[in-house]
Design a protein around this ligand. Sequence first.
Ligand code: NAD
Length: 274
Amino acid sequence: MTVPDVLLNNGTSIPQLGFGVWQVSDDGARDAVAEALRVGYRSIDTARVYENEAGTGRAIAESGLARDEVFLTTKLWNSDQGFDETLRAFDASLGRLGTDYVDLYLIHWPVLEYDRYVDTFKAFQQIRDSGRAKAIGVSNFTVEALRRVIDETGETPAVNQIELHPGLPQDELRAFHAEHGIATEAWSPLGQGESLADPTVTAVAEAHGVTPAQAILRWHLQLGNVVIPKSVTPSRIAENFDVFGFALSDDEVARISAITGSRIGPDPAEFNLR
Ligand code: NAD
């Protein structure tokens, strides 16, 4: 099964379907990432704050795959923002991951009240220039925060990883991303499982003889989103990867886009945890 690539604004490419490991223990991440790589996933999304960078890195090292066959993302935690703090935190993440580079480094949240994300992104540019992060981006950034990074650093983040699922289609941010060449990466793409019982989703899934999770992932792919569903259950890890043998009609995509709902996670405009 071939996963399409999404070209990033730095010239590298990210697989459109990857695997996330939030809320998985370090040992659990080692097992789940090993299973995901065995199934065929070639993109793994972790973060400092998930406390499973070591297990994730170990699974990649033990997989038998060459390092450059796997796209690895990690994220800077909020308390590590600031220029010098970021440089130190990045070194520590690389150490835990047991690798000498990541494919994508993200600022996990803007923390607007803290107001350090521009300096943090300047440190990201230095890290990228050193070759230890191939691409640099952000997560949970609002349009206003994206504009400030672009205006004050002269560089457009390659990716904005945001909460996006049926009920939260993020039309405004996706339009801004499209206009500026920022890849949209969807976190909690299945709404942490909550979207699976939606009647529109189940009807679309039934029409194609697929599962609700597969219908939702197909919706993301056809919108152009990068997705990183999470599961620790081998059958679901495989199911979530098996989404390239069918396609939704434009009408089905529109029906899923029209589902109303709300955020599951915090509002980035107000989330100031450090
Ligand atoms: P998700 O939408 O991927 O849902 C995961 C949950 O859905 C699983 O725990 C399981 O309960 C259920 N599930 C998964 N596959 C299923 C299937 N085939 N059938 C039935 N149930 C299934 O939620 P998530 O883990 O929150 O998000 C995915 C990834 O996004 C995370 O692991 C993490 O890497 C990333 N993330 C990033 C941020 C951020 O702030 N940047 C925040 C949350 C998550």
